[in-house]
Design a protein. Structure first.
Length: 286
């Protein structure tokens, strides 16, 4: 089976790339930006040709508004154009979207696929627009709306509170928390993410399907801090600062559809995932 993957050097993409390479019977081609250009459809011809599955993980979540729009929206549109023009009609597309397409709830609640979508930043808008673009094409596609993924290789001080805490902890630096720390989110370890993505190799979506990829559980910032202190054996100094509205919102995802479609459940506990992540940062600090 021939498989293509864009964004193969990012956090999720690098883990998926490694897993695909070690999967028997899978021939993997990673998107080489020296050979291919998401903004030149003709250049994508040899990348998409003969592929049975294309994982589209190329993504920008921190940059200028113009660059977010260009990569996440126009890049997705061009890839879909190339797939329609040059790939087999049976090609399957796996796209990684984000929970940021949803409207944040005012009270603690679970978010399901039918929950209102109302992105509150340009990144969320660009991901929702990419979803709509994919839905316009007559290809079998599955869109995964991801919650907060964490694990080794995830950048600190970027978009992961867990990676940031782990990096600060190995340096014996204090944590900064906006709000009380009792706000909660849905966190999913990267190993569980990759396990699910691998299952899509032989899955045939019925048209375009949208599925939450999440743990289905809420974890507070304070509980993460407590677990990291126990794992590291260190005392953690925390600077609680004034509450910001977006930081005080508590939510978690409903992963019922994901569990039922793929017979999948998250296997890595929060403590296990935090331990593996902290140990990775600890090794890197030596």
């Amino acid at each position: 089976m021939k498989v293509g993957i864009t964004g193969a050097y990012g956090f999720v993409g690098s883990h998926l790339r490694d897993a695909l390479i070690s999967t028997p019977g899978i021939e993997v081609e990673v998107f080489d930006r020296e050979k291919y250009d998401l903004f030149n459809i003709e250049s994508l011809k040899s990348f998409v040709k003969d592929k049975e599955v294309v994982y589209h993980l190329a993504n920008v979540n921190r940059d200028t508004k113009e660059h977010l729009i260009r990569v996440n929206i126009l890049g997705t549109r061009n890839l879909m154009e190339a797939l329609t023009a040059y790939a087999s009609p049976d090609v399957r597309v796996v796209y990684l979207s984000s929970f940021q397409v949803y409207q944040l709830p005012r009270t603690p609640e679970s978010i399901g696929e039918l929950s209102p979508t109302c992105p509150q930043n340009v990144y969320g808008i660009s991901k929702k627009a990419a979803e709509e673009i994919i839905a316009c094409y007559p290809l079998r596609s599955i869109i995964f709306r991801g919650s907060n993924f964490f694990g080794p290789r995830c950048k600190p001080y970027y978009n992961s509170v867990i990676s940031t805490f782990c990096d600060l902890l190995v340096q014996d630096k204090p944590f900064t928390v906006h709000g009380s720390g009792e706000q909660g989110r849905d966190f999913l370890y990267i190993g569980d993410v990759v396990e699910l993505l691998l299952q899509t190799l032989h899955y045939r979506p019925q048209g375009v399907e949208v599925v939450n990829l999440c743990s289905g559980k809420m974890v507070t910032v304070n509980s993460i801090i407590k677990l990291l202190a126990e794992i590291s054996g260190k005392q953690v100094a925390v600077d609680y600062q004034g509450a910001l509205a977006e930081n005080m919102v508590t939510w978690w995802g409903d992963n019922t559809a994901c569990r039922e479609k793929f017979n999948w459940i998250p296997r890595v506990t929060m403590e296990e995932g935090l331990t593996l992540t902290y140990q990775w940062f600890e090794r890197g600090s030596r």
